[in-house]
Ligand binder design. Structure first.
Ligand code: FES
Length: 243
């Protein structure tokens, strides 16, 4: 038997290493906790709240809560599934997520979670935002109305690309993805199509201007296997193991 410390997640022992969060340990063990802003390669952001779990009577974000020995954590409860569904419905209402016409359909974590959680309708009145898109870059297009404010592009740009190009600007419903350049346009930055930040978006906000349809509809990542069964696979690493 391993000496590694463990906690219980939905009755299953999860080994962890010092410094791990609940999410990191679960992810390493191949156990899925729903998430949108978590990425195993970047520091946690703790903003989407999809990963909220029940830890001994308290609700905590799995991506920021340190793991500790003998914790009892529950993720797959009826109440948590319902609150996750409401969060997803809120995100659908807050942005313009018209899946059938989106280049990312089938590869989108928001859409995949909506399927997973059994979303059948909006629930909240849609806002229909009209944030200004950015088409100034020769290879990348930014559809701000699809941004879910996870800041993965900002973290990838800073921590992997060492460029710190992307950020979230504004407040409340005016929050939007922005770029550090004199004129505020992506085309005036050092962004490149091969940057990590260009591929990490979990939805369809950051898009290459060409090559968006390598796989036909029905053959894309989450068309094949539901997101909860993907384990450590993500679209941004081509569906390969990511840690
Ligand atoms: Fe934990 Fe987003 S994954 S708050």
């Amino acid at each position: 038997m391993s000496d590694q410390p463990q906690f219980q997640l939905d009755g299953q022992p999860i080994p962890f290493q010092p410094g791990d969060t609940i999410m990191q340990a679960a992810h390493r063990a191949g156990v899925y906790i729903p998430h949108l802003c978590f990425h195993p390669q970047f520091r946690p952001h703790g903003s989407c709240r999809l990963c909220v779990v029940n830890m001994q009577g308290k609700t905590v974000s799995a991506c920021t809560q340190p793991a500790s020995i003998d914790l009892e954590v529950h993720s797959e409860t009826t109440e948590l599934r319902q609150s996750r569904l409401r969060l997803i419905q809120l995100l659908f209402a807050e942005g313009n997520h018209f899946c059938p016409s989106c280049e990312t359909s089938g590869n989108c974590q928001l859409q995949a979670l909506a399927y997973d959680l059994g979303m059948t309708h909006y629930h909240y009145d849609p806002f229909y935002p009209t944030r200004i898109p950015d088409g100034s870059h020769p290879e990348l297009f930014i559809d701000r109305d699809r941004c879910i404010q996870c800041d993965l592009c900002g973290r990838a740009s800073e921590q992997a690309d060492h460029k710190a190009i992307y950020l979230l600007a504004g407040r409340g419903q005016h929050t939007h993805v922005a770029f550090r350049s004199d004129d505020g346009e992506l085309g005036s930055t050092q962004a490149q199509a091969e940057d990590r930040a260009s591929h990490v978006c979990p939805v369809g906000c950051i898009l290459p201007k060409s090559g968006n349809y390598p796989d036909i509809a029905g053959a894309r990542l989450y068309d094949q296997i539901p997101i909860h069964a993907q384990g450590n696979h993500r679209r941004d690493d081509g569906g390969t193991h990511d840690d």
